[in-house]
Design a protein around this ligand. Structure first.
Ligand code: SAM
Length: 215
């Protein structure tokens, strides 16, 4: 479920201006994207949108944050007319069945509980066309958030997969969990683990990049 803490984050920080590299890599693979429909879940300030337009996709985006969508619209300027952005919670997608060729989760689903994520995945399945692709980039175990868990677990009795930050849930997934929840809705085609360091190599950021298809 969307958390209003996101509005505070977007008021405070400049988030996301440039497209995600793993997403660029995925969409640059031999697909004929012209006029295909793409939906980004949790589109935020629209970091990936210009790239979608460049690829000649028909672009749709949804986010719970009014603040983020206002920034996205401002950044898009004249290109705004090519893109349909709506405010809403992705737990119930306001689109018809079998509508999209591509659905993108670029660090959005992790901000939802496991229970909600299962509902969201079945919604994604509903609105994705047969043969359509689902790209999902989501945090993996031992990512930098895990420090937070270790530090706070004793105090707050936090669940390993589920911690609370200023914007609500920060869900960290194991590989077996990823396989279980994605394969109950899609055929998983490829899973990669992307790892990089941050804070002058003090911390690791670890994310799953999962490519699935509706069969
Ligand atoms: C980390 S940001 C990522 C933004 C964007 N995808 C990007 O790559 O820059 C996560 C976004 O997901 C949105 N979000 C999280 N859960 C949501 C939900 N259940 N419904 C709608 N939006 C949600 C937040 O408001 C936020 O804009």
């Amino acid at each position: 479920m969307w958390n209003s803490g996101w509005d505070k984050i977007f008021k405070k920080y400049k988030w996301g201006k440039y497209p995600d590299l793993s997403l660029v890599r995925f969409l640059s693979k031999n697909f004929n994207l012209k006029n295909k429909r793409v939906l980004e879940l949790g589109v935020g300030t629209g970091a990936n949108l210009n790239f979608f337009i460049e690829k000649k996709l028909k672009v749709f985006g949804i986010d719970g944050s009014k603040v983020a969508l206002k920034i996205a619209n401002k950044n898009l300027k004249r290109k705004k007319k090519f893109i349909k952005l709506v405010q809403g919670d992705i737990i119930k997608l306001p689109y018809q069945n079998n509508f999209f060729d591509y659905i993108i989760d670029c660090e959005c689903l992790y901000a939802n509980s496991l229970k909600d994520t299962k509902k969201i995945l079945s919604e994604v399945n509903r609105v994705l066309k047969k043969g359509g692709y689902f790209f999902s980039k989501t945090f993996a175990k031992n990512t930098v958030g895990n420090h937070f868990i270790r530090k706070n677990r004793k105090k707050k009795n936090l669940n390993v997969h589920f911690i609370k930050k200023g914007y609500g849930t920060f869900r960290i997934s194991s590989l077996s969990e990823i396989k279980k929840i994605y394969s109950s809705n899609f055929k998983i085609l490829n899973i990669e683990l992307e790892i990089r360091t941050t804070n002058n190599m003090k911390d690791f950021i670890k994310e799953w990049v999962v490519i699935s298809k509706k069969v």
